[in-house]
Design a protein around this ligand. Structure first.
Ligand code: AMP
Length: 396
């Protein structure tokens, strides 16, 4: 079965066409600057990337161009749209309404719309993608895969905030968590690599990318995660602050004479390792600056690793133990130094990193020594493949 996986943002759209039987990517690409001018990068498997500048006033033109390229005589990988059997859409926020992926129907879309309040920028963008696909690929089965769904197994004690309960009752203010598709994929793959049943494992997945979150997965279920109502909570990220004392907001607002909107822009776009280091939101730049003697950059890496290690410690307590600590996403998969720095805190768990095994980039590996009681792993995430699998499971 060929599954078209769509990840729609407000001005961009990523796609992959995956053969679900072989799990091979047939083609992938990215539409950028939708609503501004428009550019498509399309890559058929085993061939060079093709860049096409074409006007994309809306997502309709963008998706039409993607479908055109997929069936193009030269750049295409299928001869007609009939060869797309289903579409899987990445969706951001399913609130408490979606504890698993769901078939796209009119009713499903209406329910997703009730969750837009939690992700006012992202959810409407994903729904635009769904609606355009329904228009251009009529009758094709489609599935929505939510970033929040995997975390719906969290117990109340993990998702409630210490604020008046009425805000949860009236507005659904609680921890939801994100990156669920990635956390699920990585936890399942970890169990496979360790040759164990996931039901018997306590796993902590550290998704360390530009956005970062960490999840405690007990017996295959998410029991706690660091992101909250929004993706701002938790770990220090590329440009997001992660946890801060809420009192800091008012303090800065007063000192700088700015309002809540500006404060949130600072916390979302100007904080994290960018704000701390003053160098970049990209760890490659911070690593380079630290190596060149920039003390603030070196300090930033220390603060970052310390925060991750503290979260891991709290999840070990939450699960009363841990079998595996797993690194994934851009930084987690590629930066051996940060993995080493984080793991240096886990001697108390009987975890020792193996510098030779850890000397890898973007590959699956057990990176702890053979005699480590708790295993550390690097497992590249694959959210698109997970969306493909969830789609097949629902449409078959
Ligand atoms: P993601 O959001 O998962 O795509 O991760 C993107 C981030 O991963 C980048 O902003 C970098 O900070 C980080 N990253 C990617 N490659 C490397 C690398 N080779 N070394 C260190 N950090 C990296």
């Amino acid at each position: 079965m060929n599954v078209l996986v769509i990840n729609c943002g407000s001005s961009s759209l990523k796609y992959q066409l995956i053969d679900s039987d072989t799990e091979q990517v047939l083609a992938k690409g990215l539409c950028e600057r939708i609503g501004i001018d428009g550019a498509l990068t399309h890559q058929p498997a085993g061939k060079d990337k093709i860049k096409i500048d074409a006007p994309m006033p809306t997502h309709t033109e963008a998706i039409a161009l993607v479908l055109e390229q997929l069936t193009d005589k030269e750049n295409g990988v299928i001869s007609s749209l009939d060869e797309i059997n289903a579409v899987g859409h990445r969706m951001v926020h399913g609130g408490e309404k979606f504890a698993c992926s769901a078939l796209v129907t009119d009713e499903m879309i209406e329910t997703v719309e009730t969750c837009n309040i939690f992700a006012p920028l992202h959810n409407p963008a994903t729904l635009i993608g769904v609606n355009v696909c329904r228009e251009l690929l009529p009758g094709k089965p489609m599935v929505g895969v939510f970033d929040t769904a995997f975390h719906q197994t969290m117990p109340e004690k993990a998702y409630l905030y210490g604020i008046p309960y009425e805000y949860y009752e009236k507005y659904g203010v609680r921890r939801y968590g994100f990156h669920g598709t990635s956390h699920k994929f990585v936890a399942l793959r970890t169990a496979e690599i360790l040759g164990k049943n996931i039901e018997d494992l306590k796993i902590i997945v550290c998704h360390l990318g530009n956005g970062a979150s960490i999840t405690a997965v007990d017996g295959g279920k998410s029991v706690d995660t660091s992101m909250g109502l929004t993706p701002l909570e938790g770990l220090i990220m590329g440009t997001r602050s992660g946890d801060v004392d809420p009192g800091v907001l008012e303090f800065i607002a007063k000192q700088e004479n700015i309002g809540i909107k500006e404060i949130l822009t600072i916390l979302n776009k100007k904080s994290g390792v960018l704000g701390l280091s003053g160098v970049s939101s990209d760890f490659r730049d911070i690593d380079a600056a630290a190596e060149a003697g920039n003390e603030r950059a070196a300090e930033t890496l220390e603060v970052y690793a310390y925060h991750v290690a503290k979260y891991v410690g709290s999840y070990v307590a939450a699960m009363n133990g841990v079998d595996a600590i797993v690194f994934t996403a851009g930084l987690g998969e590629n930066d051996k130094k940060i993995r080493e720095e984080i793991c240096s805190y886990f001697g108390y768990l009987g975890l020792t990193i193996d510098p030779v095994a850890n000397d890898i980039r973007g590959k699956e590996a057990i990176i702890s020594t053979q005699d480590s009681k708790v295993k550390a792993l690097c497992v590249p995430t694959n959210e698109e493949l997970m969306i493909c699998r969830e789609t097949v499971a629902l449409v078959k």
